[in-house]
Design a protein around this ligand. Structure first.
Ligand code: C5P
Length: 230
């Protein structure tokens, strides 16, 4: 089978979590979040690239991912998420497909990553997503509602996101300002006219953003979050 590269975006500072450590190194049930994220990708990848915060450097990540069982490359990230993924992709080598995943999602599974890769059979990108359950309103000022969106057509997007390497290369070659503004890489593939497939996923694959998310994750993992409030 052709080579598959995994790219874990782990270069965020995680300021909203209020931790001294970068978010990817914050522990959940005794293991850093990046190691949980890697567990979803390792079984489906031939090489794993982890994009790390430049000011932290590779060493703590190398230690967190020691013995993961797949060749590991660590590269410094950029100021915005898609710039980090661009740096990771550049280090991925000659892959036919790439699966991008957030270090901040500890509960993705190899099955989900595999489902995204399989869905590339008839798409340029295939992304984990859940149908929206909440009604969504639009507001410019954060005070008054301008309109209500049609929930039946809306999906909340997660990672893993799998890409044909050619499609991701073209997407990440868009101008810096466009890449910078993208909150996921699939949006850049859409912009290039690519076909992006939705892969139904579990809401359990949520992203750790604030302290409450970490506490919820710890409850799901069956233990108290390290350093949680007394
Ligand atoms: O900030 P947010 O929670 O959306 O970040 C999603 C993922 O992207 C996280 O795993 C974070 O480490 C990563 N990221 C990155 N480079 C950035 C910003 C975020 O790799 N500059």
């Amino acid at each position: 089978m052709a080579a598959i590269a995994g790219v874990i975006a782990a270069a965020g500072r995680g300021e909203r979590l209020g931790s001294e450590l970068p978010k990817a190194l914050v522990e959940l049930a005794g293991r850093p979040l990046v190691s949980w994220a890697a567990a979803a990708l390792v079984p489906v990848c031939d090489v794993l690239v982890v994009v790390v915060p430049p000011e932290v450097g590779a060493e703590p990540f190398r230690a967190a991912l020691a013995g993961s069982g797949v060749p590991l490359r660590l590269v410094a990230g950029g100021e915005e998420r898609a710039l980090s993924v661009r740096a990771g992709f550049a280090a991925a080598g000659d892959a036919e497909a790439v699966v991008v995943h957030d270090a901040a999602r500890p509960f993705a599974t190899p099955l989900l990553a595999r489902a995204c890769l399989d869905a590339l059979a008839d798409a340029d990108a295939a992304i984990a997503a859940t149908p929206l359950v909440d009604t969504v309103k639009e507001s410019s000022d954060g005070r008054y509602v301008e309109r209500t969106l049609d929930r039946s057509r809306l999906w909340a997007v997660q990672t893993p996101q799998a890409f044909r390497a050619d499609a991701l290369r073209a997407a990440l070659a868009l101008p810096d300002a466009v890449v910078r503004a993208a909150t996921d890489e699939a949006a850049l593939v859409e912009r290039c006219g690519g076909r992006v497939r939705l892969v139904p996923a579990s809401p359990r694959n949520f992203k750790i953003t604030v302290r409450d998310d970490l506490e919820l994750a710890a409850a799901l993992a069956g233990v108290a979050a390290s350093g949680s409030r007394e």
